[in-house]
Design a protein around this ligand. Structure first.
Ligand code: SAM
Length: 276
């Protein structure tokens, strides 16, 4: 009979978040598959545990994954850990779980730290319905396509981001959703210098143009107001004009169409678009 793959979350900063079940699972597993054995060794030392480890990361999902599967099929149990947080959420654990599921190998997820849930909970944004968007692509065309697909999204949107890409990402978000859209920027969660900045996309884009932050980040962006429940603003009109211009319409035609669709004054929208 195949062994079980245990998904063991690890702290996203604060070692106090290690749970008893997390530690027991690491202790009882036959071996540990780790994203980076140096990072996981620190955790094992902290827990006073010694375990055989192998690496399973983004660049060896085929060979590393096969090595894990072979041992599971031979009846061993494996604890999968990543550098921080819940394995399989925006990290290569996802592929391994899919392969185990396809082979009917049992998978058991231990609940624990996860940056997206922690950020959402503290954000002050609506939590009833949300969409996790992971990292935006590096490639400009793919980034734009991703953001374009979210135009009009009414659920709260959660993004992971790296500090050196933050300024560009905030600018892209402000261009897509408008500068007034509320945002909670959650930095260094559970760590000594945890910071929750509740602001708008426009203000954050301007601030981080000049200040590159340190540490890890999650962006929690308010969804669009439900269509039909509010009157469209001039800003909505400008965003639509911009989109239509991108599709090849002249300024005059884009203004005409946007004003009609949103019930705005054509002259006012035209003046605002010209002055932009
Ligand atoms: N599996 C992890 C989880 O459960 O959240 C996420 C892995 S993903 C490769 C790493 C990203 O998670 C970081 O770039 C950052 O966006 C976010 N993250 C992780 N730890 C964080 C922290 N302490 N504060 C804010 N964001 C964090």
């Amino acid at each position: 009979m195949a062994g079980t793959l245990y998904l063991v979350p690890t702290p996203i900063g604060n070692l106090g978040d290690i749970s008893r079940r997390m530690a027991e699972t690491l202790e009882q597993a036959d071996f540990i598959a780790a994203e980076d054995t140096r990072v996981s060794l620190k955790l094992l030392n902290h827990l006073g545990l010694k375990k055989p480890m192998l690496t399973y990361h983004r660049h060896n999902t085929d060979t590393g994954g096969q090595a894990v599967i072979d041992r599971l099929l031979a009846g061993e149990s494996c604890a999968l850990v990543t550098d921080a947080g819940t394995p399989a959420i925006s990290d290569p654990g996802e592929e391994l779980v899919a392969r185990c599921a396809a082979l009917s190998i049992p998978v058991c997820a231990i609940p624990g730290p996860c940056a997206l849930v922690t950020a959402l909970a503290v954000s002050g944004q609506p939590t009833g319905r949300f969409t996790f968007e992971g990292f935006l692509a590096m490639n400009k065309k793919n980034r734009r396509a991703h953001l374009e697909s979210l135009r009009g999204e009414e659920r709260t949107m959660i993004f992971y981001e790296a500090p050196h890409k933050l300024a560009a990402t905030l600018q892209d978000l402000a261009d897509t959703f408008g500068p007034c859209r509320p945002l909670a920027l959650c930095r260094e969660l559970t760590k000594l210098h945890e910071e929750i900045r509740r602001t708008t996309l426009g203000e954050a884009a301007a601030y981080y143009q000049e200040n590159t932050p340190k540490g890890e980040l999650v962006l929690v962006v308010r969804g669009a107001e439900p269509a039909g429940e509010r009157e469209a603003s001039l800003e909505d009109g400008l965003l639509l004009v911009d989109k239509l211009r991108g599709e090849g319409l002249s300024l005059r035609d884009a203004v005409k169409r946007a004003a009609k669709e949103l019930g705005l004054s054509r002259n006012q929208l035209y003046d605002a678009a010209v002055n932009m």
